[in-house]
Design a protein around this ligand. Structure first.
Ligand code: SF4
Length: 269
């Protein structure tokens, strides 16, 4: 089990990049709200570069420590399975640092916060926001949530470091459902917003009751599927590994974190 947990923590360069940008976006908002300090582009780029370097040096030099404490150290997927990074990809993400932080600081959401904070009420990021669907505890991790007093709306912001995807909007329906449950808001009072920091595009949506219903149905189906692989509900013990069917799309296996246990592949394959 510990082995599988460790593999879950492997991240490829795009994921590591996304986590770093999210962490720094959260820090930039917090520093402004707590101290009125607006981080500069070069501060953000410098810190992000340091974090990317640390992900690389941890992967190269701290494998043993990572094996013991996979949440405390980093391990990049390519370094784990291939022994080295894809240079072109790493260069590309280094180049993107200059784009995403400029766009972050210029985004409508970030400027709203720094230009008219008195018209907004920020929700403290509680440590663990969760809700229960069909008896299953679902953790809700929102990038940014505030109440816009001027527009009389709850605004849920999601920073996106990749390209636009079809399900970006439906992902946010889960967060909207949480606001409805927790604060008794109506769906019309909630604005969901994707900020694409790679392109500088902002997309805002108004969800409908039907969107929420569709999301809940999908979630219940997925919970139902998950339970078929649970041997014991109390201890959360899963069925045997061999009882999990393999994907029919074998190309997925090439980049899968779990191929080592699932296909019995050793590292450097
Ligand atoms: S079948 Fe392929 S994609 Fe699915 S867990 Fe195994 S290696 Fe990963």
């Amino acid at each position: 089990m510990k082995h599988v947990y460790r593999l879950k923590k492997l991240k490829n360069v795009p994921i590591a990049f996304g986590q770093i940008v999210h962490e720094l976006a959260e820090k930039a908002v917090r520093l402004f709200l707590e101290h009125g300090h607006v981080m500069t582009e070069s501060e953000l780029i410098g810190q992000a570069r340091g974090m990317m370097n640390r992900a690389y040096t941890d992967s190269r030099d701290q494998k043993r420590q990572w094996m013991q404490k996979p949440a405390r150290f980093h391990m990049l997927y390519d370094m784990y399975y291939g022994g080295e990074l894809n240079r072109m990809e790493a260069e590309e993400y280094r180049r993107r640092l200059h784009i995403v932080f400029k766009n972050l600081l210029w985004s409508g959401s970030f400027r709203d916060i720094t230009e008219r904070p008195q018209t907004m009420q920020f929700q403290q990021a509680e440590e663990f926001r969760f809700m229960t669907v069909d008896g299953v505890k679902i953790f809700v991790v929102m990038d940014l949530l505030y109440r816009d007093l001027e527009a009389d709306k709850w605004v849920i912001v999601d920073w996106k470091t990749g390209k636009e995807a079809d399900d970006d909007r439906s992902q946010l329906a889960l967060y909207a459902y949480y606001i409805i449950q927790k604060y008794g808001a109506s769906v019309e009072e909630i604005e969901i917003r994707n900020e694409y920091v790679l392109t500088g595009v902002q997309k805002s949506y108004q969800l409908s009751e039907a969107d929420i219903e569709i999301m809940l149905q999908k979630m219940k189906q997925s919970i139902h599927m998950m339970r078929r692989y649970q041997l014991d509900m109390i201890s959360n013990e899963p069925v045997e590994l061999r009882d999990f069917p393999r994907t029919e799309y074998e190309r997925r296996c090439e980049t899968c974190n779990y191929k080592e246990v699932c296909l019995g592949l050793s590292q450097n394959n």
